[in-house]
Design a binder for this molecule. Sequence first.
Ligand SMILES: NC(=O)c1ccc[n+]([C@@H]2O[C@H](COP(=O)([O-])OP(=O)(O)OC[C@H]3O[C@@H](n4cnc5c(N)ncnc54)[C@H](OP(=O)(O)O)[C@@H]3O)[C@@H](O)[C@H]2O)c1
Length: 293
Amino acid sequence: MTAQIIDGKAIAAAIQAELTEEVQRLKDTHGVVPGLATVLVGENPASVTYVKMKRKRSAEVGIRSFGYELPADASQEEVEGLVRELNANPEVHGILVQLPLPRHLNEEAVLAAISIEKDVDGFHPINIGRLAMKGREPLFVPCTPAGVIELLDRTGVEIEGKEAVVLGRSNIVGLPVSMLLLHRNATVTICHSRTRDLPAVTRRADILVAAVGRPRMVKGDWVKPGAVVIDVGVNRVEDPTAKRGYRLVGDVDFEEVKEVASAITPVPGGVGPMTIAMLLTNTVRSAKRAAGL
Ligand SMILES: NC(=O)c1ccc[n+]([C@@H]2O[C@H](COP(=O)([O-])OP(=O)(O)OC[C@H]3O[C@@H](n4cnc5c(N)ncnc54)[C@H](OP(=O)(O)O)[C@@H]3O)[C@@H](O)[C@H]2O)c1
């Protein structure tokens, strides 16, 4: 059996097209223009690229983007002061502080300073706390985990009652994905670096989400035949034939696993494009909520 390839690029493009229409409608009918502020501290090349991409995609759907750049040695008070200013700005519906922050800054305090109504990245402790509780709804869900669930939904994968195994327990991916799957009534097992006999655990999964940051770790015989496999990993591996000398691979051995799974996301082109799509979705949702719509 060869698995269905879940095309994250196409799904993200469809979401972007839907949002473009919705933003136009919001403007025409209610005079509301969603606004997203990005805060970049320092010049970490990956962060610079991510922020550029987020601003470009925002503009494409008609979201007004406000870009703020602070020097790498910006003080805690400067960063939090900017966040407070943006909290008070009614044209800004979403505030995205690009992580990681330079080491001297207290990331938790910066994230906590963001108004939960504008926390489009979903990392405010109150939003995470609500995500962790039964029967509570966060205002926003972190974007990459939300993208994983959206991929499953738009591929028609039923989650309720399924055995889901999540590899990884990070605050950014593994843990929130696990909580989202639990909210959707999957039976969830979370694995990490101290889990014993990983392959035996992953073989139980109807839905397997890999977010470990280890190139091609999940092999064909780690996967139950017919499972749905979502690969969040993005890892550089050397490749002398590639222009840059490396290429990107996931945490899943795609060639092996596609012969066992019923559906699988590729890397790149799977989960990756969904993160920004969900950020834009959260920003539009926030603008609607602020306008009472
Ligand atoms: N938009 C996107 O596509 C997107 C967004 C975010 C991240 N990512 C990618 O997703 C991957 C994970 O990111 P992250 O931020 O969650 O990474 P992370 O913070 O490094 O967390 C990795 C997790 O995997 C576990 N782990 C590491 N090695 C393991 C092993 N050999 N066996 C079992 N578990 C192991 C760790 O366990 P412990 O907790 O025990 O240390 C940890 O929970 C990375 O490749 C990253 O680039 C992609």
